[in-house]
Structures are given as C-alpha cells and as structure tokens.
Design a protein around this ligand. Structure first.
Ligand code: HEC
Length: 672
C-alpha cells in the first residue's frame, strides 16, 4: 500500500525624563540663597513651581491630564494642592505611578519609579503646607500630552461610529473591527492607540484579521463592534504583541523589526471598558507608523502557560507552573504576563545551563487592570539550554478583594474575564533564520498541545458550538491525535445535520478518519460529501487518495480525473493522477507519457519549488524508461528538502532509478 505521496487537500474549514535628582533647594521667594548643595540642609522647604510641578509633569502627566486615563489632572497648582495629601500617600506606597513589576526587574522601557529622595521631596512639600512658590520658575507646559506621542502617524483610522458604553454593570469587553484603507503592503514600525474615552477604556489588544470573519460578526451585531470571543483568524502580527494600557505607548521599532501589513486586513481591537455611572461614548483611533523597507528579522513569541487551570472555591494558594528549554540562543525583547482577577502573584525566571537563575519579572500584587508590556531597554541574552519558567499563584477565596465572584465559585481556564488565565508571553529574537525556524517549530508543538486543553474546557461549556468542535479537531490533527479529531468532527457533523446536510462536515470527518487510517469509514464520509455536492473537488481528491491506499487504483484514477476535470489547475489533483499513472501496480493502469505531461504541469504550477512535484516527475520519467531524467528530477527534489522525512523515500527511489528500475507501488522489488 502506498499513499505517502498522495497530497491531501487542505481541510475545508476557514476556520525620563531627565533624572530628577534632589533639586537644589533654594528659597522660593527671597534672594536666592543657594548655599546648600544637594545634600545640605535646605533653608526652606520645596515648592510647587520649582520642585513638584516638573516632577509630576514627568511622571504623572501622561495620565493625569485632561483626556488622560486618571480621574483628575495633576498639571495645575489648584489640582495638585487639592490632592496633596493623597499624592503623598500614593507615592509613599508606590501605588503611583503605577508600575507592577519589582523595581529591580528590567530595566524596562518607561520604567521610571520615583526615587526615595523624590518621594521624600513630595512628603516634605506636603508637610510644609504645599506651598506654591514663585510662578516665574514654573516650567513651560509640555506639548507632548496633546496629540500623538510618537509624532504624526502615516495613517490614522478611527472607529466609524462611536460605541455607547452602558452606565452601569460590570466590565465590558467589546471587539471593534476597523477596516484599513491601504492598497499596497506596508511595513509597520509602530502603532499608537488612542482609546477615544480614556476614563473608561482600561486596556486594549489589537490584532489583525486577514479574513472577513471578524467583520462578519461585527456586521451581525447592530451596535459598533461585537461581544464574544476573539476569533482564531484575528491574530497578532507574527512575533509581536500589540497591547495598550493607560499611559503606555510602545516605542517605534527599529526598521529591521517592522511587521507586514497587507491590503484587505482589518484591525481587530479588543477593548476592556469599565462603566462610569453614566453612558459613555467610546470611539478609539489607531495611528500607524510605516517604514519604507521590509523587515529583515522576525521575532518569535513564546507563551508559557496552562489551560488546565481549575481553581477550587476557597483555595488561596492555587499554583500554576510551566517551563520551556530554549533550543537556540535568544535575546529577550519583551515580556507580558497575562491573567485575570484571581491571580495574585507571578514570577518569570530564566535558569541558565550553568544553573544561574535570572529573575525576568516578579509582580507581587497582580492587578488585572494593568496589562503592561515590559520591554527591555537592552535585550537580555539567554544561551541555548536556558530553562524559561513561570509561576502564577491565585487566590479564589473571598479574602481576595478582586475576586469577581461573591461568594467565590470554581474557576476554570477561559478567555472571559470571569474565567481565569495564566500566561507569560516572551518575545525573543534569534541569531538567524534557521534558529527561528527551529524555535518556532518546536514551540508551536508545545502551544498546540496546551491549546487542546483549552478547547476541551470551552467545549464543556459550549457543547453545541460547531466552530469550537471544528477548531479543536484541527488542533488534534496538528498534534497527531487523529482519533480525538474524528470524535470532534463527528460531533460537529451531528450538530450541523440538525439543520441540514453539510458536505464540508462529511469531508472534514473523512479527512480525520483517513489520517487515523480508518479507511473504510473515510470512504463512506467522502462519498456522502460527494453525494451532497458532486462538484466537491477536494472530496474527490481525498477519496482518490484513500482508494489508492486501499489498493484500488482503478477507482482512484477515476476520482483524480474528476478532480482535474473540475479544477484543471489543481496541484494535488494533477500530482495524484500523475503519480498513479506512473506507479500503479498493473501495467494496464499505467500511462507514462501522460504522467510526464501532468507532472511537468505540477512542477510549473509550483514554480519549480516543490520537492513532491519533482518526485512525481521522476517517477513518471522512470515509468517511461527515461532513467537519466528520472535521476535528475529526484536530485532536484532532494536539493529542495535535503533533510525532511520525504527525502529518505526519494533517495530510495533515486537508488532504483540508478539501477534503471522504475518505482512501482506494490511491486515487492521496490518495497523497503
Ligand atoms: C499610567 C497612568 C498613570 C500614571 C503615570 C499616574 N497615575 Fe495616578 N492614577 C491613574 C489612574 C488610572 C488612577 C485611578 C485609580 C486607579 O485606577 O487605580 C490614578 C489615581 C491616582 C490617585 C488617586 C488614588 C486613590 O486612592 O484614589 C492619585 C493621588 C494619583 N493617581 C497620583 C499620581 C501621581 C502623584 C502620579 C505620578 C507620580 C501618578 N498618579 C501617575 C493613572 C496614572
């Protein structure tokens, strides 16, 4: 039985501020008595105009500003004085400026914790009566608070119609879909998100959807945007995360790290909003900054985390861990922990091959509302063999003030904020492209294995969601568990059959069954699909493949001919037909001349870049007795894929051609 070369068609689914040292403490009014050095005793206490205003403008103004996320401004003496006592308290407790990671982590971009001396300065100013001081020394107001902080964007898009956030109730997660009016591919160096109503938008994630799937959900919802889950088709640009939290603007990327934006892509903005007590209008905008040149490096995004989270009621120390050993050297660019309300503490570590442990990040008082991206000022180098690890601790008791359930309820993994998550995203750069391929391939397998768990949880909650069953089945196929894929496609088929007959549902099931080597059942499902839709080329193609694997070359040829009749350009149809015509066991089934012609078309259609196409061409030449051409074609295939599993088979066939023997499917002489 030979089926390795049969090409299965794709499944039918689409599924600083300057360092503000302790200032020179001169008297506010009188003739400057600049006697004291920075450390010497001050003759008079600090004043607003000289000491406090510049400090607050640097560290607080980006949020405490008209139009900022904070509830009040801190840019005039009146405002600051009104909140003076509070300011002393929140700075002393390091509650403001908000920065959740331990101060010794990093250093990260935008990390400007107040120095002890600055906190003390604020305290002394408040205790000294919050004096205004000489208005003439007040620094000029900063312009950067208005407008775009990264400069004027190359493209600005705005949600066409504002969304009205209801006055009350709990947090709202809304997914807005914004079309991008670009007509050619662009390379993006930066993205600045403006929430439109910073008082209520608490954080946002921005993704790209190249399909119309997100837009269709938006269109189906009468209000702007839609509520529900992010689709799998809406994803971050490869290797990047595009998140926004108040006061945070990710700096422009170096041009060699930009990301690609193709026409017909929608921005998908997931906004987390908190009702304010009255209806609020929300109309986010996104500014994009382009680069003229395409990126030369692509980062990889690693995700540690578990989707088996299941926290019993009352558990105050529920712990989740995960780890991963780096197969190549990397530079860590950025980190983003992500969890929901019950999480209390997160640690990320790197344990080097020599056992040294480096703390990447620790947040001891996790707050869901500050979903920050921590970008290293200087990337952190980690050698191959380093273990990356994370640990989340949750408190699902009523002692946790942020517990969303009162009384607490069992909490399981899920995207909704009432569920729990526990991830640590790590953006890394590899030394070169081959290392990137090694890393992403290996990591993809780890992530898929974990995602499968998440799907099972979601499906338990939403058992009749056919999209979930289909996506889960695809993942099971990807991780090499076809029997589970069969079970989910069966369930999906049963659900879809309640509203009518679905050819794709039978087809998908057939595909999983054939991967599971349950060939008779696969044939049955493909025939069902074809009965519903006789022009279903992929179903004919895959049916042909299964028939061939069952040793039924005559019927396989009939199916492949049908594919080529329906779709004359079908690469898999042409390749499969050429293959049987070249290698069928019965001489009467073979037609070498036609096989050469068909295989030649496949080689052209795949731009001479597909190893299988050359493998088929080689077999066709050998069938015609043209062994030199056969060896040449096999050589071309091997140059394209020197190391993949298929290469071993091709090498064995090439050995036959060298002995001037054709490859015949069930000829014992060609069996290994
Ligand atoms: C990243 C944005 C951001 C920065 C920077 C920031 N704040 Fe805030 N601040 C907020 C938000 C948002 C609130 C509302 C309370 C909350 O959500 O925790 C707040 C609340 C406050 C409060 C009221 C706290 C309370 O108990 O209600 C004070 C006082 C305050 N900030 C002072 C400061 C000072 C002083 C600085 C600079 C040293 C600063 N903030 C920097 C966003 C910011």
């Amino acid at each position: 039985m030979k089926s390795a070369t049969v090409v299965l068609a794709l499944l039918a689914l689409t599924s600083r501020p300057g360092p503000f040292g302790p200032g020179v403490m001169a008297g506010p009014k009188g003739p400057a008595l600049r006697l004291a050095g920075p450390k010497g005793p001050a003759l008079q206490g600090p004043t607003y105009t000289k000491d406090i205003a510049p400090l607050l403008a640097d560290r607080c103004g980006m949020c405490h500003d008209a139009g900022g996320s904070a509830p009040f401004g801190l840019l005039t003496y009146t405002d600051v004085k009104r909140h003076a006592a509070q300011i002393a308290t929140v700075t002393r407790h390091r509650y403001m400026p908000p920065w959740k990671a331990d101060p010794e982590n990093g250093p990260f971009v935008g990390q400007h914790p107040l120095a002890d001396a600055e906190i003390d300065l604020v305290r002394r100013w408040v205790e000294g009566g919050a004096i205004e001081g000489d208005p003439r020394v007040l620094p000029a107001p900063r312009r950067r608070m208005e407008g775009w902080r990264l400069g004027l964007p190359d493209l600005i898009v705005t949600l066409p119609q504002p969304y009205t956030l209801q006055a009350g109730g709990t947090d709202v997660f809304r997914i807005f879909v914004i079309a991008l009016p670009i007509t050619k591919t662009r390379f993006v160096r930066g993205l600045e998100f403006r929430p439109g109503n910073p008082k209520v938008v608490h954080h946002a994630n921005i993704r790209l959807d190249k399909t119309s799937a997100s837009r269709a959900l938006d269109d189906a919802d009468p209000e702007p945007g839609y509520s529900g889950l992010i689709l799998r088709s809406a994803d971050y640009p490869e290797g990047h995360f595009l998140g926004w939290t108040p006061g945070q603007v990710a700096p422009l990327l170096p041009t060699d790290l930009s990301w690609r934006l193709d026409p017909h892509t929608d921005l998908v903005v997931e906004a987390h909003m908190q009702p304010s007590g009255r209806p609020e209008s929300v109309q986010p905008s996104v500014g994009l900054y382009f680069s003229d040149t395409p990126p030369t490096r692509t980062p990889a995004m690693l995700r540690l985390g578990r989707q088996t989270i299941d926290i019993p009621v009352g558990d105050k120390q529920y712990t989740v861990t995960d780890s991963y050993v780096l197969p190549v050297d990397v530079e860590v660019e950025a980190l983003q922990p992500h969890a929901h309300y019950r999480a209390r503490d997160v640690e990320g570590d790197a344990t080097l091959p020599d056992g040294t442990k480096k703390r990447l990040i620790h947040i001891g008082d996790w707050d869901f509302r500050w979903q920050h991206v921590f970008r290293y000022e200087t990337p952190l180098r980690l050698p191959k063999g380093t273990t990356l690890s994370m640990r989340w601790v949750y408190d699902n008791s009523s002692d946790n003030p942020r517990n969303p359930e009162r009384p607490p309820k069992r909490a399981r993994w899920g995207q909704r904020s009432s569920d729990e998550m526990g991830d640590l995203w790590i953006q890394v750069l590899t030394r070169n492209e081959p290392d990137l391929v090694t890393l992403t391939r290996q990591f993809r397998a780890k992530v898929a294995a974990e995602d499968v768990n998440g799907y099972e949880v979601e499906i338990e909650k939403h058992a009749t969601d056919t999209g979930l069953h289909d996506d889960a089945a695809l993942l099971y196929l990807e991780v090499g568990r076809p029997d589970e894929a069969v079970a989910h496609f069966q369930k999906s088929l049963a659900l879809k059959s309640m509203t009518g007959r679905s050819a794709p549902a039978h087809y998908n099931l057939g595909t999983a069954l054939s991967v599971a080597r349950r060939l008779d059942e696969a044939v049955y499902e493909y025939r069902q699909a074809i009965q519903i839709d006789p022009a279903y080329a992929n179903a004919h193609n895959n049916l042909g493949g299964v028939l061939l694997a069952q040793g039924n070359a005559d019927e396989a040829i009939r199916e492949f001919r049908e594919v080529v009749r329906l779709q004359p350009q079908s690469v898999s149809g042409l390749a499969n037909l050429a293959w049987v015509l070249a290698t069928a066991a019965q001489p009467s089934q073979r037609d070498a001349a036609q096989a050469i012609d068909l295989a030649g078309r496949v080689v052209d259609l795949t731009s001479r870049r597909d190893a299988r196409a050359f493998d088929v061409l080689a077999a066709a030449y050998a069938a015609a007795g043209r062994f030199d051409r056969a060896q040449e074609a096999a050589g071309a295939a091997l140059r394209l894929i020197p190391a993949e599993p298929l290469a071993t088979e091709i090498r064995q066939r090439q050995g036959l051609y060298r002995q001037r023997r054709p490859y015949v499917a069930s000829d014992p002489a060609s069996k290994r």
